[in-house]
Design a binder for this molecule. Structure first.
Ligand code: UT7
Length: 333
């Protein structure tokens, strides 16, 4: 599509997918030296969804979420001209998950690529999609966030393994003549100096000296929980305050803060410091755990289908994660 005057962006539909399989805190009590009480108090998680890797993977979850979004949008896959997929668990590094999912839904010929910004990935991807549509370079864009986290977890690591689950979410965006619609403010950032707080090494030589005591298996996610926790609590608050200040909005003007589900204590700390009402901050971590790039779009789809995202008030997407990365996105529908 040729560049044209700046337009707005409409959300046509949303979708999500999570596997049937559940891993409960009681299951962890049987596998590891842990307890339901510790996990609930320290994280807010009660169960997570787990793929049966003999039957599915991130690709199948992404496909299901995108098909649900296409059906909700009432369009054909062939109308999509760009697919952006946020993931750190692509089945293969090449080809991208985006290219394969595009083919599955009949969007053959659409541009397709993956974004790697860990748990911030979906917010990065939707920010990028909005900017591309506004610039007139694409008309109908599918944005997916998916992670099959349980495929990269070492289940002997009790601090990390209890946090993560598998899920995907997707959104269909379309150019709209009303420039007021779509992302009215976005911010993305990264600080690579903190990379070793959350990473997936391929080889022994990838492991920095500061993490040499960590016994997590190669190829699995390694995390310095305390460091990520400190970063997240500060960044969540900063990112939300920045988004409100830059848009001249008050907390009460926002319908929903759709936050990355990493730890209930991280979400609550930001909510309390900023003075947000609990009804404005959606939480599903108790049932899904942290699904990385799947977490924000899964929440968005659940809120969208429940009618909690309305034209009257903007909503805000907020995430942070490996990189270290962070991102916000304020939307008017
Ligand atoms: O998307 C971003 C992904 N990552 C995150 O958001 C993680 C952010 N960090 C966190 O959520 C928290 O740091 C954790 C939930 C990972 C850990 O909670 P914490 O309150 O920071 O615990 P801790 O690491 O300070 O550990 C406290 C104790 C330790 O025992 P000692 O050394 O005090 O005897 C741990 O060994 O809790 C122990 N512990 C556990 N005990 C029971 C660690 N994991 C477990 C466990 N069950 N699963």
């Amino acid at each position: 599509m040729n560049a044209q005057t700046l337009c707005g962006v409409r959300i046509l539909g949303t979708g999500s997918a999570a596997p049937e399989g559940r891993l409960t805190n009681a299951d962890f009590e049987k596998m590891l030296d842990t307890s339901d009480e510790w996990i609930v108090q320290r994280t807010g998680i009660r169960e997570r969804r787990v793929l049966d890797l003999d039957k599915g993977n991130g690709l199948t979850l992404a496909h299901e979420a995108l098909q649900n979004a296409i059906d909700a949008a009432g369009i054909q896959g062939s109308e999509i001209d760009l697919v952006i997929c946020a993931t750190v668990t692509s089945v293969m590094t090449c080809p991208s998950t985006a290219a394969r999912v595009a083919a599955e839904v009949g969007a053959t010929g659409a541009a397709a690529f993956d974004v790697g910004a860990a748990c911030s990935g979906f917010v990065y991807a939707i920010n990028l999609a909005d900017s591309i549509v506004r610039a007139g370079r694409a008309k109908t864009v599918a944005v997916i966030g998916v992670d099959a986290m349980t495929s990269i977890i070492d289940y002997a690591d009790r601090t990390c393994s209890i946090l993560f689950g598998d899920a995907a979410g997707a959104v269909i965006l379309r150019a709209d003549p009303n420039p007021e619609l779509g992302c009215i403010y976005q911010h993305m950032g990264a600080d690579g100096s903190g990379w070793h707080a959350l990473y997936i090494p391929r080889y022994e030589k990838d492991i920095p000296a500061c993490d040499s005591e960590n016994k997590t298996r190669l190829g699995c996610l390694r995390m310095n929980g305390k460091e990520v926790f400190k970063f997240a609590v500060t960044k969540f608050r900063e990112v939300i305050e920045d988004a409100l200040a830059k848009t001249n909005l008050q907390p009460a003007d926002i319908s929903q803060f759709v936050c990355h589900q990493s730890n209930i204590r991280i979400i609550d700390a930001a909510r309390e410091r900023i003075g947000l009402d609990p009804s404005q901050v959606y939480v599903n971590i108790d049932k899904y755990g942290n699904s990385s790039a799947g977490s924000v779009p899964l929440c968005l789809d659940q809120l969208w289908r429940a009618g909690k995202i309305t034209p009257g008030k903007p909503f805000v997407l907020v995430a942070f994660g490996g990189g270290l990365t962070w991102a916000s996105s304020v939307w008017r529908i």
